[in-house]
Design a protein around this ligand. Structure first.
Ligand code: MN
Length: 206
């Protein structure tokens, strides 16, 4: 399989990199607990088959260009399971990511016929693309990422634009676009609740 066009950077995006309208983003960390497991990599794609990887080989998070993009009100940030990435980006970069779109929330709102809302399942069903998850649990804090890690990391952002297009069509068809927008707008606050000590508890529950 041909490697997509992947550019690796360290500690920040280069000043000249611009994303118009929307950018797909994913993060890789040392694990699943934002307070314990540090941010190692941020992957970004315009949805054109190419990706930028911003690596943090050590815990030094001074990334003004990346932070400006995450907070830019003109650029929609597309994620799959945005809740986790937003919390990690908030904790390590000190920036609130918005506006956002989450393909997992969109899928949960319209694909009510299934409980399979993982990225691999979505990409297979909606785009007929097979995504490998082999490198998912590898050492993302390593100073030198392998070719396999970089390809895997990029593959997590290459399809989010196409997924959004499909899911937007379904949200419209089912009359749930407004509900989706409200959920996306709430996501930065859901992530804030995670970081503030309510990661499991549903404060809307009885
Ligand atoms: Mn990933």
């Amino acid at each position: 399989m041909a490697a997509p066009n992947i550019k690796l950077h360290q500690y920040d995006l280069p000043a000249g990199v611009r994303f118009a309208g929307s950018v797909a983003i994913d993060t890789e960390t040392m694990g699943l607990h934002p307070h314990r497991d540090r941010l190692c990599l941020v992957q970004l794609s315009q949805g054109d088959g190419s990706a930028h990887l911003v690596q943090f080989p050590t815990p030094r998070y001074d990334a003004p260009n990346l932070k400006a993009l995450l907070a830019d009100p003109q650029v929609v940030k597309l994620f799959h399971f945005a809740r986790f990435d937003i919390a990690v980006l908030q904790h390590y970069l000190g920036v609130t990511t918005q506006p956002v779109y989450c393909t997992k929330i969109a899928s949960r709102l319209v694909r009510t016929f299934t409980d399979k809302h993982g990225l691999k399942d979505l990409v297979k069903e909606l785009l007929d693309v097979d995504l490998s998850k082999q490198q998912q649990s590898s050492d993302w804090g390593a100073p030198d990422l392998t070719q396999e890690q970089m390809r895997y990391a990029a593959s997590d952002v290459l399809h989010l634009h196409a997924l959004k297009a499909r899911l937007d069509g379904m949200l419209d068809r089912e009359g749930r676009s407004e509900l989706a927008r409200a959920c996306f707008a709430f996501l930065p606050f859901r992530a804030a609740l995670d970081l503030a000590g309510w990661p499991e508890e549903d404060i809307f529950a009885h």
